[in-house]
Design a protein around this ligand. Sequence first.
Ligand code: PAF
Length: 293
Amino acid sequence: MLQITRPRTVHSIVELRDIVRDWRRAGDLVAITPTMGGLHEGHLSLVRAARRRARRVIATIFVNPTQFGKGEDFEAYPRDDVRDAEMLAGAGCDLIYAPSVLEMYPEGFGTTISVDGITDEMCGGHRPGHFDGVTTVVCKLLNQAQPDYALFGEKDWQQLVTIRQMVRDLDMPIRIASSPTVREADGLAMSSRNRYLSREQRVIAAKLNKALFASADHIAHGVPLERVLGACRKALLSAGFDSIDYLDARDAHTLSPVDRFADGNESRLFVAARLGKTRLIDNVPIERTGMTE
Ligand code: PAF
């Protein structure tokens, strides 16, 4: 019988650095996939993508308190170390780095990494301070592990472009790579937060991606943006979503708003919508797929 051994877990920066140093001495490339645990297939696809780039793969598991706002789900965020480790073993992870809050933010910690502009709107506008928490912790994780590659999911597109900018701005010698959003059979983007949904909410949640793909297709085929977005909002609210934080067409790289589809410009449609206490985000490319003629 095939025995899959769980990857070793370390909790301190010193242990992490010792292991990475040995790998480097052996000439191995190192990739990291930062996570907050509560793993799903989307995370495993990142680990597999990391594995294709580097011989050694680290997954970090740290529910980062500084990226949660007041009244958000920091306490409720799923934590299941045993299950996470089993999943990571099957995906080819070599090492789990799971620091404590004190290891990451010792007494007297006083630095914040803040990327301006690109974080002002969308999730940044609705979750003040969120991206400062993300960039600060990711900067620390990258400094601690000093990998060759770091992998991030495209579901959190604003996070991905923000991290790319941070790495560029701070001259960090790390290549940032991304993996496409992994979806459930009905198209719902996988997220650790999907487990908060009730059975009824789960049915409604699946309508988010369908509305988004259909709207992106209409925009790509020349239907006026305002009309498409208005219809999409209406459809989501009547499907049962409680509110929509944003529904925006934006340039994929700068995140500046776009007002119509233009061939050759990479743009995406972004949404964040609330269903009870759960906030769901998703984004899709605006491109001609041949769905609408
Ligand atoms: O995407 C996430 O899970 C988190 O924002 C990250 C990148 C691990 C930082 O805490």
